[in-house]
Design a protein around this ligand. Structure first.
Ligand SMILES: NC(=O)c1ccc[n+]([C@@H]2O[C@H](COP(=O)([O-])OP(=O)(O)OC[C@H]3O[C@@H](n4cnc5c(N)ncnc54)[C@H](O)[C@@H]3O)[C@@H](O)[C@H]2O)c1
Ligand SMILES: [Zn+2]
Length: 1551
């Protein structure tokens, strides 16, 4: 093909589409000669303008015009690239340009670019001066094969793509394929989606060519640019030509979009709907690719398209790197969080308004085979079918006896075992065999690829891919240069290992060996016994990685010697089959002797032998020796045709359907002669249960008894057909003879399949109300009348399938017998053996199946909700004296884990460690330590805190174990403290063995090991008093909750602030931090400003912030470009350190290369990511948009954009940007004085600083209030009497400190109505109330919503007005809880702590609620009048309340928390005091000091407090603390902001 060759395609009667490679001269010539004009306008986008083909064309054009058409002029215009510029604004700009240049009706516009340019410039041409001539020069593949042909033009509107446009046929379309050389690979691949689509609907031959072209294509286009396309030039021209021809033909038959043209929309009905949601993160072709698969699945669901065709289509698309499902990682990586927006209802809505669909009817093209469409039109699709196709879960409706056919025939997919064997035998044989009904699975896929690489056979397909044609090469396999990759295909790897050892040398290949490899999982699976047997028979095989597993390197030319081969066959029959099948090609006849006892799965060995016979080799059994076979020398002769028997395990489902519904079903290709064990299912299981079974050698028909009359099967041994026991179980579930159960045994191996299948059946059957239980090697089921089946609750998730195909298929049968639809999860799991199962259920058995999408439980930001998802054990490592024991115990309290210490276990086994080392050796000690570690990890993998000896990391094996634990998502926590402190602590401790070297040296040596073995690091600051210790404890607890996932770091959803610290060492300001951080919601640690960049130093800094503020930490590190001090190369290590330190937020520069970012994101653990980008750009620049979309696609938690403010207008532009970008919390502002407004208006984590020129929280609040962002609000305390209430001081002091424009006053009244009428009604400034006696009940009727606490407590003390709604809450209980916590009681109580509430009034209710929330085991109640307690108890929804009224009860009450809620101004009743003293006397607690909270705050010290403190040494909390703590919560509710704790505390205490 010469480079100037031009192919012409006619469209609408004239040959105006010209295709070629580097044809700019031709283009110029044609235009100048045939389109005479005074003005030629070349319009392109700025990216295309930079490409060589464009420059050649534009340059040549100008030159030629100046020579050949002297009167004409050439104009050039460029627009910004991309879909978001395909709009009215850009169109207007182009038009204004044309007008300003005086263009007239004779103008010729030449649109050079992708589909965006073609569509938009085509539209300009269509309307400019009522239409001028246009020439399309498409430069993207998509534009070449699709958008440039057909005359459709359009622009986008904010409400939808392509909503405004027209038809305007171009005068010419010049397709110069050389333009593609600069096209980015992703765009290239994007265009391939449309190409594959065209093949799929129109031309099977072309489709096949595309299937073969993929490898070559990808290897060429993925070269570094500029790509050299010359290697695939002719292929590409053909690709373009074939697509263009189809499009031209369709356009001709049907110019203005009606039925035929609809065919080109294959994949677009669903694809467009997806695209509408995920654009611009995903491209059109990518969405269409997903759409095609879904629409093909729809066709299969209708029974129109074969499963093979769907498999072919998806294989072809993924071979080009296109996504084939919404959950495809190619896709999810690009769309990030938008994945969550793809909801079925949204998709259906989008489909209904797609302009290609009329009204709300949804139409789609139904493929009937590759290359052809069903009835050549689009079909109306019922929404239920779409819902089914689009969802992962489905609802099986009750089988309708009217609909269920009385008899059917079903052909299940081919047997996996037979398929695999047939391929190996055919590949070793000679002659051509047509294999039919082959199972398309991973195994067969890899097997076919490997056989073809080894030149074992030529492989092609017939009947649209349904038949595989293998032309065997007589066993003459040769080496190849590529590695044979087998994924996780177990059978393929076993069979091919022996085959590979027969391989000869390929003179054209460089390798004289074959490499078999697989994915990570495959590389763990054993192959040792087989390799041993082959090695001892002359093969030369090396393990390239781990001993006993793939990858293998197999030397060629060695072959098998033959003779006697011994093989242990108790592990896997696949080893046996592998050797059997290759044995005829050994140098001598083989005698294979299976040693070690009875081989497992004899049936499979028999199957192999029988199939070898079909291929001409007869194996004989030894007459003298057990389990021994003679295989003659020879070669396989391929039969002309081999039909793979259907899979007998799969066949059990349709047969069971017949049994359960009283109908008849035939499997036409499995009968009594079958080699498969499961073929006995009909005769051995269904027949005795009451079915009629007719079986020939090759077919089976089952007819069920009338529905409801199945009989139980007292006992069946299913050892020969273990996989079918799940089917048998669901049949047995409706075998209704109450006296008889069904017992199935011989299936112990089913516990270790995809899931523990026996347990799974027991659990899921229970959901139907069917009782079953496990037997040592089986299951026993008590069947019931099917009319009594319960419908498993959809709310609770319906039926779990454990991602196990057999569980899903079995329960789909039982589901249809229920009265209501049954939800089955993860329906795609059937794809493993029967992707078309649901289609059969739907089309053959006429079952109604609907899609189902779970409604997400509303993720409330309520921090009090605690979920403990991950109960994986936590391992603690660190130097001696690092506090491992103490802190481990704290972990165990926080997590509810049990504590074990490896040293204790050692001592328990071997006695004192020092003695042991003396009498043995350090080495032996370490050895035992390793053994103990391994044992502990295997036994105590979940629910334990495992504390280890300091030297555990010294041993390599231990380090490997620890790292493995981390790699599997476990926490290894390295605890550390200042090394000088450690030394001084150790030197006074003589009970421990001395170190051999100085402790400091030991630390230096171990430090890197601790680092590499741990996932997290916690640095304990030095504690010099109880208060410090308390702070340490609190900060450690919250650290543990965060890193374990027990508590998620909340991303602020309201106006929030981040204090940016610019100190070089925080230890100088530690004590001041709390005051500095007033009003802040997080603290930013700027690593680049610190005076040392070591891990140790940074760990200290993090510890200081944690301990002294308790606020979430934002870790950031800025480069010089971002106004910091670092180089880009330094960032990654710092980020890793920060994650290890468990910081709450990590600020990551979006400027890092993508792979780096992905590495960081993948390793982020529970740290949230702030993706930041600093650029000195105006907010209208498209780069912000691009970075935003990039961040969205990475699923960054918070996006941070910073620009340098140049003019005030930057702030206004930023607000526009902010308003349009709301998918994720956005921190965006301009720096400098000029940018102040943007910081005032920023919502999330606005940076504040104490530096000159920066703004503080109060300044930001004030400015925001001054411009009306925060409006004046009024609050009151109401009740009577309230003259002594301290609420006004509390709130006002905080308003002032934070500069909030609010006031807090007193309003005395005991009449709710007066309060409402005066303060609330029609008062726009009303902000909220603090409510005291006697209004706590009376005010409730005015609120619109009540918190849970207020409902339970039955009273409110707070009203907040938000969004014109009044919310009622009760913060007294929070006051009680937080007072306890602030005085040293742990937030998550150990399980055995009991509490006591004295009194029976309103506060007692709040106290009980608080103790319950804290997790008290029992809550005792005490009061003078018992009847009041009874009432109280009855009115509360807790079942752990107990009234305490006798001395005996106190004896073992074990109470360590008391809340006293009795008035302090009257003396206590004697007997009550008596009991109380008893409680105080016996009070003890190991974890904290027993604590009493006095709810009354007058007088400051009450009699109860005095007794508790002085006489019984309890920790006592005065009432004001409760007041402050409840006020803190009230303030949060009222304002959405945290009050400065010290300020409000002072305001209340220093009256
Ligand atoms: N009219 C129709 O019948 C029809 C059919 C299908 C699609 N479309 C429209 O086509 C548009 C999509 O077309 P697209 O995928 O070509 O997008 P596009 O025009 O945005 O091009 C994709 C990107 O590739 C760049 N590019 C194009 N050619 C290049 C080259 N040779 N070298 C380097 N970079 C190059 C572009 O600048 C752009 O950044 C959509 O707007 C869609 O609605 C129209
Ligand atoms: Zn398209």
């Amino acid at each position: 093909m010469s480079s100037s060759q031009v192919f012409k395609v006619p469209i609408l009667g004239s040959e105006t589409i010209h295709v070629g490679y580097s044809i700019h001269d031709h283009i110029i010539h044609e235009v100048i000669t045939n389109l005479k004009s005074s003005t030629y306008v070349l319009i392109t986008d700025t990216l295309v303008a930079e490409t060589k083909p464009y420059r050649d064309l534009a340059h040549g054009f100008t030159k030629q015009v100046s020579q050949l058409a002297k009167d004409a002029r050439v104009l050039n215009y460029m627009v910004p690239p991309g879909e978001n510029n395909k709009n009215r604004k850009t169109k207007a700009q182009v038009e204004d340009f044309l007008l300003s240049k005086g263009c007239t009706r004779d103008t010729v516009i030449i649109a050079i670019g992708g589909g965006v340019i073609g569509d938009m410039i085509g539209f300009v041409a269509a309307t400019f001066m009522r239409g001028v001539r246009v020439v399309q020069v498409p430069t993207s593949l998509l534009a070449m094969v699709d958008s440039s042909v057909g005359g459709k033009t359009a622009i986008d509107t904010p409400l939808g793509k392509n909503f405004v446009g027209s038809f305007h046929q171009p005068s010419y379309v010049f397709i110069d394929v050389s333009f593609l050389e600069s096209l980015p690979p992703r765009q290239f691949i994007n265009g391939m989606a449309e190409v594959i689509k065209t093949g799929a609907i129109w031309n099977e031959k072309e489709f096949t060519r595309l299937e073969d072209f993929s490898k070559n294509f990808l290897s060429v286009i993925n070269q570094p640019p500029p790509v050299d396309l010359s290697l695939i030039k002719s292929d590409l021209i053909k690709v373009v030509l074939e697509s263009v021809k189809v499009k031209a033909e369709v356009v001709l038959k049907d110019e203005k979009e009606s039925s035929l043209r609809n065919l080109l929309n294959f994949g677009h009905t669903i694809g467009h709907a997806i695209e509408a949601i995920v654009t611009p993160q995903a491209l059109h072709g990518e969405c269409v690719s997903v759409g095609m698969i879904l629409e093909a699945e729809l066709a299969r669901y209708w029974g129109v398209l074969s499963p093979t065709a769907v498999a072919r289509l998806s294989k072809c698309l993924s071979a080009y790197g296109l996504p084939i499902s919404i959950n495809d990682s190619i896709f999810t990586k690009r769309i990030g969080i938008k994945r969550e927006l793809i909801k079925i209802d949204t998709l259906l809505d989008k489909m209904s308004i797609d302009k290609k669909n009329d009204g709300s009817k949804i139409r789609s093209v139904i493929l009937d085979s590759i290359g052809s469409c069903y009835q050549w039109k689009a079909h109306e699709i019922p929404k239920v079918d779409l819902r089914f196709i689009l969802t992962e879960e489905c609802l099986v409706h009750p089988f309708d006896p009217e609909q269920t056919p009385k008899s059917t025939t079903v052909v299940p997919p081919g047997s996996k075992s037979i398929s695999n064997r047939a391929l190996i035998l055919a590949a070793l044989g000679s002659g051509t065999v047509r294999i039919k009904n082959l199972l398309h699975s991973d195994d067969t896929k890899h097997m076919l690829a490997a056989v073809s690489s080894l030149k074992g056979a030529e492989i092609s397909t017939e009947d649209l891919g349904e038949t595989i044609v293998l032309k065997g090469n007589g066993g003459n396999l040769v080496t190849c240069d590529e590695e044979l990759y087998l994924g996780n295909a177990g059978t393929a790897s076993r069979f091919l290992t022996t085959v590979a050892s027969l391989v000869g040398l390929n003179s054209q290949a460089q390798n004289d060996y074959v490499i078999l490899t697989g994915n990570a999982r495959m590389q763990e699976r054993p192959i040792g016994p087989l390799v041993d047997a082959l090695r001892s028979n002359g093969s030369d095989i090396d393990y390239l990685n781990r001993e006993g597993s793939l990858p293998l390197k197999i030397k060629s030319g060695k072959g098998l010697k033959g003779g006697r081969i011994e093989l242990g066959a108790t592990i896997s029959s696949q080893y046996v089959s592998s050797i059997l099948m290759a044995a005829p090609y050994a140098d001598e006849a083989v005698t294979l002797s299976l040693v070690g006892g009875k081989p497992i799965s004899q049936l499979y060995i028999d199957m192999t032998i029988a199939m070898m016979k079909d291929f001409g080799i007869e194996v004989t059994r030894s007459k003298t020796e057990d389990y021994t076979y003679h295989i003659p020398k020879g070669a396989y002769i391929n039969p002309l045709e081999y039909v793979v028997e259907s899979d007998a395990s799969s066949a059990t489902y349709p047969l069971a359907f017949a049994a359960m519904t009283g109908t008849s079903c035939t499997i036409p290709n499995i009968g009594s002669a079958s080699l498969q064990g499961d073929a006995r299912f009909a005769v051995d299981v269904l027949q005795p249960m009451g079915c009629t079974v007719e079986q020939t050698t090759t077919s089976t028909t089952v007819t069920g008894p009338p529905i409801g009359q199945l009989k139980a099967l007292p006992h069946v041994d299913m050892e020969p057909m273990t996989d079918a026991f799940l089917t048998a179980s669901v049949v047995a579930a409706v075998a209704n003879n109450p006296e008889q159960t069904t017992q199935i045994t011989g299936i112990a191996n089913q516990r270790v399949k995809e899931c523990n299948r026996i347990l799974a059946m027991v659990d899921e059957l229970a959901k139907f109300g069917v009782h079953a239980h496990e037997l040592p090697d089986g299951i026993e089921i008590q069947g019931i009348d099917y009319k009594n089946l319960k419908t498993p609750s959809t709310e609770n998730g319906g039926i779990h399938t454990y991602d196990d195909h057999r569980v899903a298929m079995s329960f789909s049968l039982l589901a249809g017998l229920c009265k209501e639809p049954v939800l089955i999860q993860e329906r795609h799991t059937t794809g493993k053996t029967w992707p078309g199962w649901w289609d059969v259920l739907h089309t053959k058995f006429k079952a109604t199946i609907d899609g189902f999408e779970p409604v997400e439980s509303s993720t409330s930001s309520n921090q009090e909700v605690v979920s403990n998802k991950n109960s994986k054990s936590i391992i603690v490592v660190g130097m001696r004296a690092a506090g491992k024991t103490t802190l481990s115990k704290w972990i165990s309290l926080e997590m509810g884990f049990k504590f074990i210490d490896l040293d204790d276990i050692f001592v328990g086994k071997f006695g004192d460690i020092r003695e042991y080392i003396k009498s043995h050796s350090w080495e032996q000690f370490r050895e035992q330590e390793t053994i103990i570690l391994e044992e502990v990890l295997s036994k105590y993998g979940t629910g334990f805190v495992i504390s280890t000896g300091g030297g555990i990391v010294e041993d390599e094996k231990n380090r490997v174990e620890l790292k493995k634990f981390v790699a599997n998502g476990g926490i290894v926590l390295h605890l550390h403290r200042d090394i000088d402190e450690t030394i001084s602590l150790l030197s006074v401790d003589t009970t421990r063995p001395a170190f051999f070297s100085e402790i400091r040296d030991v630390w230096t040596k171990r430090e890197p090991w601790y680092y590499e073995c741990s996932s997290h690091h916690f640095y304990s600051l030095h504690c010099s008093n109880d208060h410090d210790f308390q702070l340490l404890r609190n900060s450690f607890s919250s650290f543990i909750r965060r890193i374990s996932g027990l508590e998620a770091t909340p991303v602020p959803s309201q106006r929030s602030f981040m204090l940016s610290l610019s100190y070089d060492d925080l230890s100088n300001v530690a004590e001041k931090l709390e005051d500095l951080s007033i009003g802040a919601d997080a603290i930013e640690l700027r690593a680049d400003l610190l005076n040392k960049l070591t891990f140790d130093f940074i760990a200290t800094q993090v510890a200081i912030i944690r301990q002294y503020t308790g606020l979430p930490i934002v870790f950031s590190a800025r480069t010089t470009e971002e106004g910091g001090n670092l180089r880009k190369e330094q960032l990654e290590t710092l980020y890793q350190w920060a994650i290890k330190l468990g910081v709450d937020f990590l600020d990551v520069s979006l400027d890092l290369p993508l792979e780096k970012l992905i590495t960081i994101l993948n390793g982020k653990l529970n740290t949230k990511i702030i993706g930041s980008y600093y650029a000195n750009l105006r907010w209208t620049e498209s780069e912000w948009e691009a970075k935003y979309n990039f961040a969205i696609s990475l699923d960054i938690d918070i996006i941070k954009f910073v620009s340098q403010g140049i003019s005030f207008n930057d702030n206004l532009q930023l607000e526009q940007f902010r308003a349009e970008h709301t998918l994720k919390p956005l921190i965006a502002f301009n720096t400098g004085d000029v940018g102040k407004l943007s910081r005032v208006l920023n919502e999330t984590l606005t940076p504040v600083s104490l530096e000159a020129g920066q703004m503080t929280v109060s300044e930001l609040n004030k400015a925001f209030a001054d411009i009306g962002g925060l409006t004046t609000k009024k609050f009151w305390v109401v009740g009577k009497p309230i003259s002594h209430s301290r609420s006004p001081q509390l709130h006002n002091s905080a308003y002032e400190k934070l500069q909030l424009p609010y006031t807090f006053d007193r309003f005395e009244s005991d009449d709710p109505e007066v309060v409402y009428e005066t303060l609330i009604k029609d008062n726009e400034q009303f902000g909220g109330l603090a409510i005291t006696m006697p209004l706590k009940l009376g005010m409730m009727k005015y609120v619109d919503e009540l918190s849970n606490a207020a409902q339970v407590i039955g009273a409110i003390n707070t009203i907040t007005s938000t969004n014109n709604k009044l919310l009622g809450d009760n913060t007294d209980w929070v006051g009680i809880k937080n007072s306890f916590i602030r005085s040293g009681v742990v937030s998550n109580l150990p399980t055995n702590i009991n509490g006591l509430v004295v009194g029976a009034g309103g506060t007692s209710r709040a106290a009980i609620y608080a103790l319950h929330n804290m997790g008290c085991l029992k809550i005792y109640m005490m009061n003078r009048t018992i009847s009041k307690l009874e009432e109280l108890k009855a009115s509360l929804p807790f079942d752990n309340l107990e009234i305490l009224d006798s001395a005996e009860q106190v004896v073992d009450s074990n109470i360590s928390l008391i809340v006293s809620c009795v008035p302090a101004d009257k003396p206590l009743d004697d007997s009550l005091l008596d009991n109380l003293e008893r409680v105080l006397q016996q009070g003890k607690c190991e974890v904290f000091k027993p604590t009493l909270l006095e709810a009354a705050y007058k007088p400051t010290v009450t009699p109860i407090m005095r007794i508790a403190q002085d006489k019984y040494e309890w920790n006592v909390i005065p009432g004001v603390e409760m007041l402050v703590n409840q006020g803190e919560k009230q303030f949060q509710l009222h304002t959405g902001t945290n009050p400065p704790y010290n300020t409000i505390h002072e305001a209340v205490v220093n009256e």
